[in-house]
Write a protein that binds this ligand. Structure first.
Ligand code: ADP
Length: 474
């Protein structure tokens, strides 16, 4: 019950009922006032017409007779027919004759309730008539009237004359009923619609709860293209992302364990063989053990670097620097290695050396790390007599560095995965080169931390071309 009280559906219904009540009250008040004004106008106009007729009747009476003798019967009859008090006053203001016709429930009449009009015949003021207001509940009591003479006789059934007030009351009542009907219908419709709408929300809540408990396979069917549909799609995308991240994390742990185990098993094998006297602790054996420990420390260093770049608080030490200078320094560090392997390194520094003010905002050490990873790969995968060509290009808003080699290239099936963690094209071959499949992942993370992008093009047996781009203003 309390849940229902706090539910969105209940609040929607209450809000709708409240709005409806306000609308009804506003319409009721407006139409009530308008109808009342209209009734008042109609009553005033018909009153004026009635007074004009009474005035006309007495003017004609005087014009025909020349005096007021015998007028009492006419006053009585007109008063009876119109349901009004009528008094005829002489020019001095004294009553000639009066007829009272107040109805039940009427308050006693005041002087100001009466309308006075002067009767003028042949330019002379002959009398004034006072006409009382209409009764609040006009009733008409017909009499069986004798052939002639003043009104008297046997009373017949009393007739209640129609009141204009009844019209406004009826209008108000029909408005109230139709409003109530529309309100009930509206509330029913709102509760049905909101139930349908909130069913999706409830499904989302259930799925989110399951997700929170660890079931990352939760998905909710998208019900439409409205906001809730959009929320559902976003939820599904989030669940998908979480599931992928969780899968990657599990794979990563398994891969790292595997990567650590292989060199450790090798080292253990060498050491145990030496202990058993099967293997001599000569230079070659020590060299092999050293190679395995190097592989281990490379892996650990790469993992540390990757964890650092992926940390939420990873920060770059940004400062404007000349990219060609940074690239040249990295190249210098790799020249001896390339020379030893018989590989030629070329460098086309691009225009940025010529315009030192066009510097790039970067973390030098991190960009050197990117260059180092790309160059190490290029040299490792290029045979003797091969070439590694490094160039810099600048556009309006970005500057890009390309490391192209004439090496073994990468198969197009492998190409989309080379930036994945611990991904190696040929694990058995690259292990001997010391690579663990994290170099390009780290390079990508670092370039993206600079709001840049990295891409690769490669043809098998022809060579590979890695390009990373850094924005000039960011
Ligand atoms: P590793 O540290 O093992 O080199 P990387 O992430 O740097 O891992 O590279 C992933 C894979 O991409 C490597 O296994 C390698 O086979 C391939 N690769 C990277 N650079 C090149 C290149 N210049 N030429 C050919 N293959 C490359």
């Amino acid at each position: 019950m309390t849940r229902w009280f706090f539910s969105l559906q209940f609040r929607l219904i209450v809000a709708f009922a409240f709005v409806l009540m306000l609308a009804l009250a506003a319409v009721g008040m407006y139409s009530g006032l308008a109808a009342e004004r209209e009734v008042r106008d109609v009553r005033k106009a018909s009153d004026e017409a009635l007074l004009a007729r009474i005035h006309e009747a007495f003017t004609e009476y005087y014009a025909a007779k020349g005096n007021w003798s015998g007028v009492a019967g006419t006053v009585e009859r007109v008063s009876y027919l119109t349901g009004r008090d009528i008094a005829l006053l002489d020019t001095a203001g004294d009553p000639i004759v009066a007829a009272k016709r107040s109805s039940r429930g009427d308050r006693p009449r005041e002087k100001e309730d009466y309308t006075t009009s002067r009767i003028v015949v042949d330019g002379g003021h002959v009398a004034s008539i006072l006409v009382g207001p209409a009764a609040s509940r006009p009733t008409f009591r017909p009499y069986r009237v004798p052939a002639r003479g003043p009104v008297q006789g046997e009373a017949l059934r009393e007739i209640q004359e129609p009141s204009l007030r009844r019209f406004t009351d009826t209008a108000f009542r029909s408005l109230l009923w139709s409003g109530l009907g529309a309100g009930l219908g509206g509330i029913l419709l709102v509760s049905l619609l909101s139930r349908r709408m909130l069913r999706s929300v409830r499904r989302l809540t259930d799925a989110a709860q399951e997700l929170g408990k660890g079931d990352l396979s939760q998905r909710v069917a998208v019900s439409g293209r409205d906001e809730i549909g959009e929320l559902t799609s976003t939820f599904n995308a989030m669940a998908e992302g979480l599931e992928n991240a969780e899968r990657q994390r599990r794979n990563m742990v398994a891969d790292v364990a595997h990567e650590l185990r292989t060199p450790l098993t090798n080292i253990r094998g060498y050491v145990e063989a030496m202990q058993d006297g099967v293997l001599e602790a000569d230079e070659a054996t020590i060299q092999n053990i050293h190679q395995q420990t190097m592989h281990l420390s490379n892996l650990i260093e790469d993992l540390r670097l990757l964890a650092e770049t992926e940390a939420a608080d990873f920060q770059l030490d940004l400062a404007p620097a000349s990219l060609s200078e940074v690239v040249a320094r990295s190249l210098d560090a790799f020249r001896p290695q390339a020379q030893a392997k018989g590989i030629t390194i070329t460098f086309a520094p691009g225009p940025d050396r010529a315009t030192p003010e066009r510097q790039v905002n970067m973390d030098r050490t991190r960009i050197e790390q990117v260059m180092s990873n790309l160059l190490q790969n290029a040299i490792a995968h290029t045979p003797a007599e091969g070439r590694v060509d490094v160039s810099i290009e600048e556009s309006e808003e970005a500057v890009s560095v390309t490391v192209a080699d004439t090496g073994e290239g990468i198969h197009s099936d492998e190409l989309p995965h080379v930036f994945d963690r611990l991904y190696r094209v040929d694990p058995s071959r690259t292990r001997s080169t010391g690579g663990v499949g994290l170099g390009l992942t780290i390079a990508k993370q670092l370039v993206e931390a600079h709001a840049g992008a990295i891409r690769v093009e490669s043809t098998l047996d022809k060579g590979s071309k890695f390009t990373f781009t850094l924005p000039l203003d960011w």
